[in-house]
Design a protein around this ligand. Structure first.
Ligand code: SF4
Length: 227
């Protein structure tokens, strides 16, 4: 997958700049975590699968009811496509996601004893689970040092010079190589929140950005402008 890159940093940040940038982001959001509703690893996996090309807010509107009916892979299979569809019909791609939830629950029962596997390779064998979903589950549920790249991270990394690339995979590779192992988990959430609420797609709010002095984006919006 690829997102549009319009303007980007003229160079990659240096190692020291990356560490300072991420430390400042982490300090600004010390309790940064996923905004998806979940209660355990299975519900996290379900929520992340449902969040593909859909906002976390839309997903959070449907997951409590769905997970109350189907808190385990067994219950999800028993609920079946009709029951799942009735719960998630308001979110994008609900037909495909309905099929994914039944199929991945069956796969968990058949191949993994009902447990969520802890490797990217195994997670990626599950229906509806791509590389980004697998990385999110590995990072959030198991504390593994992965760097999931969504549209917010992709934009922030290219604009700031944290890790530039034309494709999601290229940015993921750059960030994996450049972000120190010990900073990956906290950086993941801090970058998503910063991209979502400050370094916005249409107009980054650089005037209130804590990393404004380190960011290499050449078109910073340093003056607050009304819409
Ligand atoms: S200074 Fe602007 S472009 Fe750079 S990270 Fe902050 S909001 Fe984004």
């Amino acid at each position: 997958m690829s997102y549009k890159v319009s303007y980007e940093a003229p160079r990659d940040m240096k190692e020291g700049e990356i560490v300072t940038f991420l430390q400042m982001l982490a300090k600004a959001s010390p309790h940064a975590q996923t905004e998806l509703y979940y209660t355990d690893t299975f519900s996290l996996l379900v929520a992340v699968v449902l969040s593909a090309q859909t906002t976390d807010m839309s997903v959070n509107k449907v997951t409590p009811a769905l997970l109350a009916l189907a808190p385990t892979p067994e219950a999800m299979v028993a609920l079946g496509e009709e029951g799942i569809a009735a719960c998630i019909r308001t979110i994008g791609l609900w037909r495909a996601k309905t099929r994914y939830l039944v199929r991945l629950s069956q796969q968990l029962l058949t191949n993994y004893g009902g447990e969520i596997p802890q490797t990217r390779e195994a997670l990626e064998t599950l229906a509806g689970v791509g590389r980004k979903t697998a990385n999110v589950v590995l990072s959030v549920a198991f504390g593994k040092p992965t760097v999931p790249v969504d549209t917010h991270v992709f934009r922030l990394a290219n604009r700031s010079g944290l890790g530039r690339g034309r494709s999601v995979r290229a940015v993921e590779k750059a960030l994996e190589k450049r972000i120190p192992e010990s900073m990956k988990c906290i950086s993941h959430h801090a970058m998503i929140l910063h991209g979502r609420y400050v370094c916005k797609a249409r107009k980054p709010e650089c005037w209130r950005c804590v990393v404004q002095n380190i960011c290499l984006f050449p078109c910073k919006e340093v003056n607050k402008k009304s819409d």
